[in-house]
Design a protein around this ligand. Structure first.
Ligand code: EPZ
Length: 419
């Protein structure tokens, strides 16, 4: 059993660099399938989800290797069009490979990604869009068999919800489709902009990324390119939550503060002060945290659902009730039960969680049930008095590169123990 052992409380101080964004690296790796030349992703995070994506690329026929912090992908020998069920199950977001495999090979066979710890993860928006672009998709026995005669066709696609994954799949299908694709009600997350920038660097014609309407003029082929993955805004928000929870003062390097704008008001309500320049942000927490009147998770540029769990961990030590409304996923409060074990006072009613601030938390053994919920338990453990042991690290390692090393660098008493 592997666990993180945390002795708290320790006020965090110092500075740390934030790794590249998991939720950008994954679609960028899928996008490399469209390229007829080598792709180099700089600042690519070393995460288990990236490792799974690399295994998918290798299965399809690519060569993938690391050069320091850069991932080098050569997609020229792609010969397969399927993702084995085991790999699909290891990472639900493998669905983002669908559009790229279909566009590259004319076929795609993969199993339904199924639900995940956050509840059902439907892909109806992905499939409806690809069918509109000419894909024939049969769904039976838990398997998706997709094919297209010739090239995918550009289409006008209106999303009923600004789904990040569906927007990415459409972009990847449209980049080399015949004709023009117009996506309305597209996701506006920074990771969408990063994907569009990569595609354009490879010769695609994508305009409007970051807004609700994206236009893609299909091109015949894409070259390879070198691209730097944007910083992980959710990892940054996690470190900010750790500073807030421990009354610390830290500086985050290699971040894009503009991407953090949706979370800054919540930290200001907690009483934190922040200053930033183009690539770094310093956060200073007050002696006792305030309260967040209400934070509602929304698609970008609203408050990001992925930052809800770590921020909640900090709010547990606030000086009044903080209200959370989780509007994106129906089962994203699994960390609450474990936070209660640390002495938090939280009541959940459906999508609403009311966090009553308590003066202190006390260490206990807790288990992560999902990626960001696991990060929340680490944040709370840093502030809790005594020993906190966090298990379920396979969830945390999906999205945080060497989390305990970064936190130890900031003064946390934390180590990974292999029993
Ligand atoms: C991406 O997931 C991220 N994952 C998630 O981060 C993030 O929480 C989410 O976007 C929202 O920002 C990656 O980028 C790999 P969605 P995705 O499609 O694409 C519904 C993390 O912790 N929906 O925007 O799956 C869906 O049920 C992960 O890093 C449909 O109904 O998110 C959900 O309620 C967790 N039909 C909502 O949209 C569809 O076809 C948001 O989903 C697709 C989605």
């Amino acid at each position: 059993m592997v666990k993180l052992r945390i002795h708290g409380p320790n006020r965090l101080s110092g500075e740390v660099s934030v790794h590249g964004a998991k939720n950008s690296a994954l679609p960028l790796m899928a996008a490399s399938l469209l390229c007829r030349g080598e792709c180099v992703l700089h600042n690519c995070p070393h995460l288990s989800d990236v490792d799974v994506s690399a295994r998918i690329l290798r299965h399809l026929g690519c060569t993938v290797h690391w050069q320091g912090g850069s991932l080098v992908i050569d997609p020229r020998a792609v010969s397969q069009c399927d993702i084995p069920d085991g790999l699909m199950r290891e990472m639900r977001s493998s669905i983002v490979f669908l559009g790229a495999i279909l566009a590259r090979t004319g076929r795609a066979v993969l199993s339904f990604p199924g639900g995940c710890e956050l509840g059902p993860r439907p892909i109806d928006l992905h499939l409806r869009a690809l069918r509109k672009m000419g894909a024939r998709i049969a769904e039976d026995y838990g398997c998706l068999s997709c094919s297209v005669q010739g090239l995918l066709r550009g289409a006008a696609i209106g999303l009923s919800f600004p789904s990040v994954g569906a927007t990415e799949n459409i972009l990847l299908a449209a980049a080399t489709a015949e004709g023009t694709t117009v996506i309305t009600n597209a996701a506006r997350e920074p990771e969408i902009c990063d994907l569009a920038a990569f595609l354009n660097r490879c010769g695609a014609h994508v305009s409007g990324a970051g807004g609700s309407t994206i236009v893609v003029e299909g091109v015949k082929k894409l070259s390879g390119c070198e691209h730097r993955v944007i910083p992980d805004r959710i990892a940054a928000a996690t470190f900010m939550s750790a500073a807030a929870a421990t009354g610390g003062c830290i500086r985050l390097n290699h971040v894009l503060p503009a991407h953090l704008e949706p979370v800054l008001p919540a930290f200001e309500e907690l009483g934190c002060s922040m200053e930033w320049d183009d690539t770094s942000l310093r956060i200073t927490a007050p002696g006792r945290l305030g309260r967040i009147k209400s934070v509602r998770t929304m698609p970008y540029p609203g408050f990001p659902t992925d930052a809800q769990p770590p921020l909640m961990a900090a709010a547990c030590l606030g000086s009044g009730p903080s209200i959370f409304v989780e509007t994106i996923f129906e089962s994203r409060y699994k960390h609450v039960g474990e936070l209660l074990r640390l002495g938090a006072n939280i009541k959940v009613e459906g999508r609403v969680a009311v966090v009553e601030g308590v003066p202190r938390l006390s260490g206990a053994p807790v288990e992560a049930a999902d990626l960001r919920g696991g990060a929340a338990l680490v944040v709370a453990g840093l502030a809790a008095r005594g020993l906190t042991e966090v298990t379920g690290l396979r969830h945390i390692d999906r999205g945080y590169e060497n989390l305990e090393r970064s936190l130890a660098q900031l003064g946390a008493d934390i180590c990974r123990e292999y029993e």
